[in-house]
Design a protein around this ligand. Sequence first.
Ligand code: G6P
Length: 372
Amino acid sequence: SAAEKGGYDYFMLKEIAEQPKAVADTLRGRLTEAGEITLDEVRLSDQDLRDVDKIFIVACGTAYHAGLVAKYAIEHWTRIPCEVELASEFRYRDPVLDRSTLVVAISQSGETMDTIMALRHAKVQKARVLAISNTNGSTIPRESDAVLYTHAGPEVAVASTKAFLTQLVACYLVGLHLAQVRGIKYADEVGAVVAQLQAMPSKVDEVLATMEPVRELGRSLGSARSVLFIGRHVGYPVALEGALKLKELAYMHAEGFAAGELKHGPIALIDDGTPVICVLPSPRGRAVLHDKMISNIQEVRARGARVVAIAEEGDTAVAPHADHVVYVPRTPTLLAPLVTTVPLQVLAAEIAATRGHDVDQPRNLAKSVTVE
Ligand code: G6P
């Protein structure tokens, strides 16, 4: 009913709007005033966590994209090698696991069969399994050694939004907690990152307040034949997520690419007017990557692309090269997906609505896929 949707046309729009609160709820009680992480509910001893010498993240769909972002943060903060794998591929390729491997299973529903089977495989190999889930008491948390709940509240729309942002937050907490427990070099950063994490709910709120031009843009993209998304570093998984949202909701051909791969094939897809959504890194944090993205934008534009840039406030270099710039608040590079993803969610919902689709119940898709 309209009341359940809180005045929004679709649950997805309500859930997009709930993201600042959801992010705050995931953080609540897990950061101390001294800038430390407390994950008391993670029932793995500090010694277990110090013994971890390899991490696998397994997940499907949007949760897999959260895992791809997590790899950048976890390896940077902990120096523990971290691989991310689609749950449906994991157990069939004989992955190398033992008791010092930590497997992180990310699942909003906690009931995705591919992810359940991946975690069962991990347990047989004696790995420790940590679940990140939004659903209390669901199968994945129950079968795991430890769980971190995202507390995003129920997500009704098939396309995941607030669950994704809170999965990112949970992954950041896991990475910071590991760094802290192991006392390694990057643990120095933990205090600073904690403060930056605490600022994220209000930054997501700022993004939401500036979405009208994005909706307008969405209405103008409804007849595109194909939409490409490019990014580097954590902007790459954000590009994948933006493309997935568009496929799911608008039934349009959409692909996400690592911007550096363009020249190895995807650039051949670009012709006159092809929309290319470009997720830029902060020019302050990763200047080299930012320069490279600007070059990539010039390359696609020279082939006729219609460039939409998602860039940080104060990024003056991008505007001359883009047809449209969406500015997001200044954010440390590793946390940027919490803000850069939001315009892509809004864009996909608006394009889908423009094309007359049911934004909450896309054809052929299920909220939770309980078959392998
Ligand atoms: C389905 C949903 C996606 C979701 C994926 C993984 O495909 O349509 O939105 O990302 O399952 O779901 P999970 O509950 O495991 O996060």
